[in-house]
Design a protein around this ligand. Structure first.
Ligand code: FES
Ligand code: MG
Length: 574
């Protein structure tokens, strides 16, 4: 049996347990808040890091969930304290929440380090909050449980299923083509998001929470529970109870986040046809654990693991169906031969969770011998246009475009592109390769989700629904199409994307994993020597720090000074 920690070994004991002048202050201020000695004495203090806010619809229930976590903590003999952290509502934060992921990670790290805390519960789920809170917490390395916000209910429009993001783009294209009326559009607006919770397609939120779950940071399978299901509240309370035990057992993220745990996460990412954004986040998390994950690892696993989840935007169903189909543990069961089942999670092992796992809806979670797509959901392309790589989701693209040659149509900024795509005289055909640049980590800043460039209206009317689009931006995990993203190095820092001119031929061969700008290398270099990035004001504050330290996408877009497993010393308590 593992040795149980004694109360005087708790980190919080340094604040509350010692007999000195400072501890007098720490205790008397608890009494000031109405607590008495027995409520706290000898109990682990559990921080509940809550990313709730009034303007985050994906986290609207996290206020209630924090109370449910507290209930579990109290029942198990701990003392909960809720610590609010920035909410990063994907829909509202501009120019993009990605600009602030590392800010959240720093906030979480310092919140935990500076407070009298023995264990941590993270309440998050909207895109950047999962990686942000996890990156912060693993750096302090106290026992930690991740409580995923859970997906919202399916969207509904006149009895038809609507999926977050994916169906917005789909019906917008139909509206632009004149096939959806204003009235119908406004009815969809009211039907697409029917409850609190995260996007219920396989976007970045559902991908990241599933990866956190697979890494072992949640109660197994927690990530699939819909936010509005009563089981979600029960999961929160159970997580609160479990974290208290984890403090006694001293079970830390560093015990759980091994290289093999990341291999499992890669396999699940491929089987889910997970979001391209998640690749950036998983690399960032891994590198903070000292695991040198690269884009090549994604490509290697992509060749081994087929897509099993039949969920939009790649497939047909939604996360609610995934839960009824058996959820994440059922997916693990299908993937069993490809997983390291001995890997630890917060309560046992992945293998241990499989005893109860069963697939109830085999159309939603397919078996290995009847996949949705034979190869994994994402592909890494390299070539003279992207020497450090770029990514795409072949399974979510028109297969006819996976091998393609066409002339470039280049946009240097988003506004110019938006104007052009609405111009009925735009010189564009279905073969054109549309490019948006200066939208990378530095140039964006923060790689906004602009990478699913809109199909020009003229082509929409002709019936075109997909074309090759290339950018140094990201795209929403709920998006689809032949979109090539995260081109690195980005144009703003002088990557070859900056050299492309209108009419240059670009060749794409997904099977061979290549992307080529068919222009002489000498000519590319001559153009790059002349290149001047557009004006940006990064002269002060967070934007200055961001511009000076942000890494490119293949490195995880972490700050250079954060990407290390090094753990800072405990604060002095005087
Ligand atoms: Fe929050 Fe999609 S907007 S998860
Ligand atoms: Mg998203």
């Amino acid at each position: 049996m593992t040795r149980r920690k004694k109360p005087e070994e708790f980190r919080s004991f340094r604040w509350f347990g010692v007999k000195d002048l400072r501890a007098f202050g720490h205790r008397s201020r608890l009494y000031q808040m109405g607590y008495d000695h027995a409520e706290l004495a000898n109990k682990p203090v559990i921080a509940i890091i809550n990313t709730w806010s009034d303007i985050n619809p994906c986290h609207a229930h996290l206020r209630a969930r924090a109370e449910e976590v507290k209930r579990g903590v109290w029942q198990a003999g701990g003392f909960p304290i809720e610590l609010p952290a920035m909410s990063l509502a994907e829909t509202y934060v501009k120019p993009t929440t990605m600009l602030y992921r590392n800010f959240l990670a720093m906030e979480v790290e310092e919140l935990i380090r500076s407070h009298p805390v023995d264990g941590v519960v993270l309440l998050a789920g909207c895109d950047k909050t999962t990686p942000g809170t996890i990156m912060g917490a693993i750096q302090v390395d106290l026992p930690t449980i991740f409580v995923p916000a859970g997906p919202m209910l399916r969207g509904n429009y006149r009895g038809r299923m609507l999926g977050s993001g994916s169906d917005v783009w789909k019906y917008w294209a139909e509206k632009e083509a004149g096939r959806v009326t204003e009235n119908e559009w406004s009815e969809m607006e009211r039907g697409i998001a029917r409850s609190f919770g995260t996007c219920m397609t396989m976007g970045t939120a559902s991908t990241m929470t599933a990866l956190a779950d697979t890494l072992g940071l949640s109660l197994p399978g927690a990530s699939a529970i819909p936010a509005a299901d009563a089981g979600h509240a029960r999961m929160a309370a159970l997580s609160g109870a479990r974290i208290v035990e984890m403090v006694f057992e001293d079970l830390k993220p560093s015990d759980i986040l091994t290289a093999k745990a990341f291999e499992n996460a890669l396999a699940v990412h491929m089987a889910m046809a997970g979001s391209t954004n998640a690749m950036i986040h998983l690399i960032a998390i891994a590198r903070r654990c000292g695991v040198p994950l690269t884009l090549d690892d994604f490509d290697r696993v992509s060749a081994e693991v087929p897509v099993l989840c039949n969920i939009r935007p790649t497939g047909e169903f939604l996360m609610e169906d995934f839960y009824y189909a058996g959820g994440l543990i059922a997916l693990w069961k299908q993937l069993k031969p490809l997983l390291h089942t001995g890997e630890r999670n917060v309560i046992g092992t992945i293998g241990g969770a499989l005893d109860e796992a069963e697939v109830h809806l085999p159309e939603v979670i397919r078996p290995l011998d009847r996949p949705v797509a034979a190869r994994g959901g994402t592909a890494i392309l390299k070539g003279n246009l992207a020497p450090q790589g770029c990514v795409m989701k072949p399974a979510a693209a028109d297969p006819a475009l996976l091998q393609h040659r066409g002339p470039a149509l280049v946009f240097d900024d988003y506004d110019a592109m938006m104007k052009a795509v609405n111009d009925d005289d735009l010189d564009v055909t279905a073969d054109t390769v549309m490019i948006l640049r200066n939208a990378g980590p530095v140039g964006g800043p923060g790689m906004p989700e602009w990478g699913m460039l809109p199909i020009p209206r003229k082509l929409l009317k002709e019936g075109v629904r997909d074309m090759v689009r290339i950018s140094d931006a990201r795209m929403s995990g709920t998006s689809y199409g032949a979109c090539i993203l995260h081109v690195a190095p980005e144009a703003y820092v002088g990557g070859p994307l900056a050299a492309v001119r209108n009419g240059d031929i670009i060749a794409l061969d997904v099977a061979r994993r290549t992307i080529t700008l068919e222009v002489d290398q000498a000519e590319i270099e001559r153009r790059l020597a002349e290149w001047r990035p557009p004006e940006r004001d990064y002269s002060r504050g967070y934007l200055k720090m961001h511009a000076e330290h942000i890494q490119q996408a293949p490195e995880g877009c972490d700050f250079t000074f954060l990407q290390s497993p090094h753990k800072l010393p405990e604060p002095e308590i005087h």
